[in-house]
Design a protein. Structure first.
Length: 366
């Protein structure tokens, strides 16, 4: 009997092991947050996700002045908050404490706040706390000195683009050192003003134009890990992902990018590009070209699954940062500007939230 019971248990375990993948595939959760939206009894949280190309990668034919029609349309939507694909000073401060994992991430994505910290006497957490305290008592008509001081606090907090918003809100004659801003820090702000990226050329000017006091840095790189130390493994990983990306969807995306780049000199070239990047079919095309292809690449090490795991984690944490902003400020009209490959994931994850209503970017870009 003992042997039979052991055998029976073994068979049952085998059957369960065989059935488990099927059950896991067939199971659908009965709870659907996206169907349980907050009743519209007060101002909703409306979120517009604008997928963008990284402006630093555009050809020399791109003239930042041609962004004006885009800025006009975004301004007409009147966001009350703007989220950007930049890392917060607080996250950079945390990652600096774990250099064995994040040294390259910090070097790539985190500006050094040391000079601003010396000028203000505040480290990153203290500067963030002080900036929040100042904003909580911010007057309706701040003086130029107050704006310069807040810009210095934002630089010490690691929030350089919020500092740029304050800089842009100053009259040109008031953009000078003082009130915590040194000559070096004002030079940094002047460099940021013309930096060829979407935060400098779209988000910060738009915030200043709309009378906003800051931007929200919601990028997240806490899922980053160091590159493999074994050259053979690093090469195998790169080759596996590169092979996965070599597919018809990628070829179609490249052809469309070339066409859109060629049209940048036309009056509506920038708008045409943004309409294409935010079209309904764009997210699936990106998935087929990139993440879907990586997910099914056949390397025994599962390189593609590792890559997709990182990508999903990053997007979940970015969206959590946006949700945090909305939770602290109910009734926000939030514009999230992010690389176009993130857009589909942003919208899918945000749509799961009870108190988030999505806005179609195409309706704004008409």
């Amino acid at each position: 009997m003992l042997r039979l019971s052991v055998l029976t248990g073994t068979v049952a375990a085998c059957v369960f092991a065989i059935a488990l993948p099927v059950l896991a595939q067939d199971y659908q959760p009965p709870f659907h947050p996206q169907t349980l939206k907050r009743p519209a009894t007060s101002a909703p949280n409306d979120v517009l996700v604008l997928g963008t190309m990284h402006l630093s990668g555009l050809p020399d034919t791109f003239d930042p002045k041609t962004l004006s029609p885009l800025l006009d349309r975004l301004a007409a939507w009147r966001p009350t908050a703007i989220a950007t694909e930049d890392m917060s000073g607080l996250q950079c401060d945390a990652l600096r404490r774990y250099p064995s994992r994040y040294a390259e991430t910090v070097k790539t994505y985190c500006p050094d706040p040391t000079k601003a910290g010396v000028a203000t006497g505040l480290d990153v957490p203290a500067a963030n706390a002080e900036a929040e305290r100042v904003l909580a008592a911010w007057p309706a008509a701040p003086t130029p000195a107050q704006r310069r001081h807040l810009a210095a606090l934002f630089l010490a907090a690691g929030e350089r683009y919020s500092a740029l918003v304050q800089w842009l809100r100053l009259a040109p004659g008031e953009r000078h050192a003082g009130d915590g801003l040194t000559d070096d820090l004002t030079a940094e702000l002047e460099r940021l003003k013309v930096r060829r990226n979407e935060t400098s050329l779209i988000s910060a000017p738009l915030a200043a134009r709309l009378g906003l006091e800051r931007l929200w840095s919601v990028d997240d790189h806490s899922a980053d890990t160091p590159d493999p130390t074994d050259p053979a493994e690093a090469k195998a990983y790169e080759e596996a992902i590169t092979r996965a990306w070599d597919n018809p969807a990628t070829q179609a995306r490249r052809a469309e990018d070339a066409r859109l780049h060629d049209g940048l000199t036309q009056p509506d070239g920038v708008l045409a590009m943004y309409r294409a990047y935010n079209a309904p079919e764009a997210a699936m095309r990106t998935y087929q070209s990139d993440f879907g292809a990586a997910l099914t690449e056949p390397s025994p090490q599962g390189f593609g699954r590792y890559y997709v795991g990182y990508w999903e984690t990053r997007n979940l944490r970015m969206v959590a940062n946006i949700r945090d902003v909305l939770g602290q400020h109910p009734g926000t009209h939030l514009l999230a500007i992010v690389g176009a490959s993130h857009k589909g994931y942003y919208e899918a994850y945000l749509n799961e939230m009870h108190d988030v209503n999505l806005v179609d970017a195409i309706s704004v870009l008409k």
